[in-house]
Design a protein around this ligand. Structure first.
Ligand code: DGL
Length: 262
């Protein structure tokens, strides 16, 4: 069981941000990455569509004998309670771990930029209110940003155009110095965002999730203790070519294969 891989799934390349954090934290773990790039963006789909597509990915992973699935996608994490009970495998969403982190902050308000689905779901606030009623999360959806990043070809100008309206909306109505990158795709462009908004602290949920995965494996004596080098095997329903660029620019190591699946 310990040697089995950890799987990370997302609608596209965004979950690679979780892979990156996991590699830093747990370098001996073998990883499987599954991106449903053919169907990205999930963030403008219906709840029913997201549930169906997520189950398809999880069914694929059951056959791969993984020891845990990390949902490297905020949008999927908001509907996880409709999916996870149908699987025997341990599944860790990306939102709950970062909400636990935010609950300890001293801010009154924290911003959230996310897919329209995640922003509208209210899931962040709902979960935060169970832990700390003194912090409010104010959310804005970015309709096209995830798709723009996922296609791999974008300019600083295009990013600026996509992010300007939601950021202006957040800043006009609230005095915010901290904003959660509530879509894993956005963390890929943290440098761009930081350059555009140098005074804002951006929170990347991938780190909290990687820590939660480490805690779970440690508590359940499931950490891989083998001495062999770990590897990452990537599966995508989209084109394989673009992945190599993301892997290189994000400094993801040990990638053994990038395979297209139906
Ligand atoms: N990366 C995903 C997230 O964290 C969603 C991108 C999308 O498919 O809309 O929400």
């Amino acid at each position: 069981m310990k040697k089995r891989p950890i799987a990370i799934i997302d609608s596209g390349v965004g979950g690679l941000t979780v892979v990156k954090e996991l590699q830093a934290l747990l370098p001996k773990e073998n990883l499987i990455y599954f991106g449903d790039n053919k169907n990205v963006p999930y963030g403008s789909k219906s709840r029913e569509e997201i549930v169906i597509l997520t189950k398809k990915m999880l069914d694929f992973l059951v056959d791969k004998n993984v020891k845990l699935v990390g949902i490297g996608c905020n949008t999927i994490s908001t509907v996880l309670s409709l999916v996870a009970p149908q699987y025997a495998i341990k599944i860790i969403g990306i939102i709950d771990p970062v909400v636990s982190y935010i609950a300890k902050l001293s801010n009154n308000k924290v911003g959230l930029i996310a897919t329209p689905f995640t922003a509208k779901s209210g899931y962040y606030n709902l979960n935060l209110s169970n832990l700390n009623k003194n912090i409010e999360i104010v959310a804005e959806g970015c309709p096209k940003l995830a798709s723009l990043i996922d296609c791999g070809v974008y300019t600083e100008e295009e990013v600026k155009e996509e992010i300007a309206a939601p950021m202006a909306q957040l800043n006009a109505n609230h005095a915010l110095d901290t904003i959660i990158l509530g879509c894993t795709h956005y963390a890929i462009i943290t440098d761009h965002l930081q350059k555009l908004y140098p005074d804002t602290v951006f929170i990347n949920p991938a780190l909290s999730q990687a820590l939660a995965i480490k805690d779970y494996l440690t508590e359940n004596d499931l950490l891989n203790n083998s001495e062999t080098n770990s590897e990452v095997n990537v599966f995508t329903t989209g084109a394989t070519e673009g992945y190599q660029n993301f892997i290189t620019t994000m400094n993801i190591t040990g990638v053994n294969s990038i395979i297209k699946v139906e």
